[in-house]
Design a protein. Structure first.
Lengths: 293, 304, 128
């Protein structure tokens, strides 16, 4: 196992007054007290509600923003690629010229064949100007720029939002193939979980400007138990969420030791895990081993 | 010129981004050269007189040319601030540019290198065109060495203002981050700097003073720039030209026996042209360096 | 060559789906000893799943002795499973039996239940 590709310590970012995005936080803090590690070679889902701080976290990791407090360490700008949510490209350039720009700005790293393949797979005419492309086509060009740079770390902010299901599958396949071939670490944000499930093996849940969950998805799922059964004392387990309907108890817990009791137990699905945490803002943060700074 | 004709790396990107503007600038310079050449030829068709239509048009054309050259720094500054810098920040393309392998420093430096190259080449060319037109009308009162427009466009001052414009554009564009507002703000800043220095420039060097006997004509020598004139009392005190102490003669004019020893005139001789140019250029270039340093400081503070 | 179909809504872990589909292909004789499994890159490009999931499935198959990874070459089938290829007599007999069950008026679920109970009886204690 190699070391972490991203390491954050007490990371915080505050925007100018009145632009606060995080509820329940000090005014203007988009992100606060974030400490975590992301091991290299992972495909990490960065999930959370809109305005939770996902984009801020990615921009900080990309070096586009300076932290207000704390620090975030990762690969330098020559070894990472970042695709912002709005897929910015120069509208007056053609697709071909956009790829030439990638080559000019990344000497010694640029993989022209990869860029060309991703663009032609989408049936794009290289002489089309970027301003004439559809949202999905722009995403494709932006991803071609990012992948052809051969980054160690790929930061993607809502990468699939503009794509139809076929293109989504195809581009996610291309991303995963790249990760398989080059061991690229990937962080993808989305507020739609199904976009990422299956492709990701690591999770960061951001909510209200804080990291709520972090770690390998398998470990996070295994650390939680879904209980159904009669109402009874749940101690000594950590309760993330519990609901009672009549005499029936449904709870998501983090088991401390064996779960003994009159309950039926099951491992939660990823969706159940995330929803339970989002509904229970008071549930303590859990960073599994390897995800703690 | 290889900076413009076969650029590589981030400079290629800058040239490609602003290809239309570059062609437009080149076309404007070429058009102005063609226009002035045509007017001169028309004027030369009727030699030896200043009364023909060609000469009249050339005069009018040169009037406008002087005004436009004074506005050139504003135009350059607005372009750097708006389309070159603020638009990247406004439209979010900086997120693309600043996460490539080149550093933010090099990103901004490439923009500035292209802007400075185009500015220098373009400004010198326009100064050449202006000189071509002015050589025919140089002795007209609006085109003497000290006239606004002529003064700037025939020395080093205009070029220095244009370079300052690039620097101010780079700073204001980053601070304002909105294309149109940044363009306007840069224009205002450059306009104020030009107005202030225009007001101060004839104080850089001490004036020369010519004195002469009271009552005779006293004229500015050496194609000089008139600054001030007046009377000098017997005690050596300077008095305003209209000054006349009591008592007056019956006709209301000064009596010849009042306390006036001589009259004086303050002026800048034409030989002050280059020293004044160089002092002003020095001030503007020093400002340019300061603003440029600030622009890079802002960049570093924001984007590591 | 085998092609994996991943069903995200099946509730079965993705790596297990790959393991099961590989075994199925081995049982049916679609994969034979010496055959090469698709590379992780090929699988993830077609399915858009995480590469580590494919590697996990291949490790599981390797642990069970069904495949072996040859450094730099790929993952190869070591042995086949069950000895009941698609054209074996056993399959023929089962096909006959299924046809008779249907003729006797049994529904699909009845047949499956019957088959499972017989399997449970004869393979008691074994694990998949």
């Amino acid at each position: 196992m190699t070391g972490p590709v991203i390491e954050a310590e007490g990371l915080g970012k505050r925007y100018g007054r009145g632009r606060g995005q995080a509820q329940g936080q000090g005014r203007g803090w988009a992100l606060r007290d974030c400490s975590f590690q992301l091991p290299a070679g992972r495909v990490c889902a960065l999930v959370g509600p809109n305005g939770a701080g996902k984009s801020t976290l990615l921009a900080l990791a990309a070096g586009l923003l300076r932290p207000t407090e704390g620090a975030i360490r990762g690969p330098g700008r020559d070894r990472l690629a970042y695709v912002a949510q709005d897929k910015p490209l120069y509208p007056q350039l053609t697709v071909d010229e956009t790829l030439r720009m990638g080559a000019e700005l990344n000497p010694g790293r640029w993989d022209a064949a990869t860029a060309r393949r991703i663009v032609t797979d989408g049936g794009l005419d290289p002489t089309t100007r970027v301003r004439a492309l559809s949202g999905g086509q722009r995403t494709r060009v932006a991803l071609a720029l990012a992948l052809a740079k051969r980054p160690e770390l790929l930061l993607l902010d809502e990468p699939m939002a503009d794509l139809d299901p076929l293109a989504r599958h195809q581009l996610m396949g291309a991303l995963m193939a790249d990760a398989a071939e080059h061991g690229t670490s990937v962080v993808m944000s989305s507020h739609i979980l199904t976009e990422l499930e299956g492709a990701c093996d690591h999770l960061l849940l951001v909510d209200g400007g804080r990291i709520r969950l972090g770690g390998p998805i398998d470990d996070l799922l295994a650390a939680h138990t879904l209980l159904t059964g009669p109402v009874a004392d749940l101690a000594p387990h950590t309760v993330v969420e519990s609901r009672t309907t009549g005499r029936q108890l449904t709870a998501l817990i983090r088991a401390q030791g064996r779960v003994d009791g009159p309950w039926e137990t099951a491992e939660p699905t990823l969706e159940e895990l995330l929803l339970a945490h989002l509904r229970s803002p008071q549930a303590p943060t859990l960073l599994t081993e390897g995800a703690t700074a | 010129m290889s900076t413009l004709l076969s650029p590589t790396g981030p400079r290629w990107v800058v040239v490609r981004q602003h290809r239309t503007a570059l062609w437009t600038a080149a076309a404007a310079v070429a058009a102005s050269a063609a226009l002035v050449t045509a007017l001169r030829m028309w004027d030369d068709a009727v030699p030896g007189t200043n009364q023909d239509n060609g000469y009249a048009l050339l005069r009018i054309g040169m009037d406008y040319a002087a005004m436009l050259l004074l506005a050139l720094p504003l135009l350059i500054g607005a372009f750097v601030a708006g389309p070159m810098v603020a638009r990247e920040l406004e439209s979010g393309t900086y997120k693309l540019a600043l996460t490539q392998s080149v550093t933010p420093r090099r990103w901004l430096a490439s923009k500035l290198v292209i802007a400075v190259t185009v500015t220098a080449v373009g400004t010198l060319a326009l100064m050449g065109v202006f000189a071509l037109g002015r050589s025919r009308v140089a002795n007209e009162y609006l085109f003497s060495w000290d006239e606004r427009g002529t003064y700037e466009a025939t020395g080093t001052v205009l070029l220095s203002y244009c370079l300052l414009a690039v620097a101010v554009g780079a700073l204001v564009g980053q601070l304002v981050r909105r294309t149109l507002v940044a363009m306007a703000a840069t224009g205002v800043v450059l306009g104020v700097v030009q107005l202030v220095l225009t007001a101060l420039r004839w104080d850089f060097l001490p004036v020369r003073t010519l004195t002469g006997p009271y009552g005779a004509d006293l004229l500015v020598p050496d194609e000089g720039l008139y600054m001030d004139s007046g009377l000098i009392s017997t005690s050596g005190q300077r008095l305003p030209g209209w000054y006349c102490p009591e008592p007056l003669t019956e006709n209301g004019i000064c009596r010849s026996d009042v306390d006036i020893a001589a009259q004086y005139i303050d002026y800048h001789p034409a030989s002050h042209f280059w020293p004044t140019q160089l002092i002003e250029t020095g001030i503007v270039l020093a400002l340019t360096a300061l603003v440029l340093a600030a622009a890079f400081k802002v960049l570093r503070a924001r984007h590591a | 060559m085998v092609e994996y179909r991943i069903d995200r809504r099946s509730g079965v872990a993705t790596y297990l789906q790959i393991v099961q589909q590989t075994k199925q292909a081995l049982r049916l004789g679609l994969l034979e000893p010496g055959d090469k499994l698709p590379t992780a890159r090929e699988v993830v490009e077609a399915t858009a799943i995480n590469p580590n999931t494919v590697l996990k499935a291949y490790r599981e198959l390797e642990r069970e002795g069904l495949v072996e990874a040859r450094r730099g070459l790929g993952t190869f089938v070591r042995k086949s499973l069950g000895g009941a290829p698609a054209d074996s007599p056993l399959r023929g007999e089962l096909t006959d039996w299924a046809r008779r069950a249907r003729a006797a008026g049994l529904e699909r679920d009845d047949v499956a239940a019957l088959f499972t109970s017989v399997l449970d009886e004869h393979f008691k204690g074994d694990t998949t």
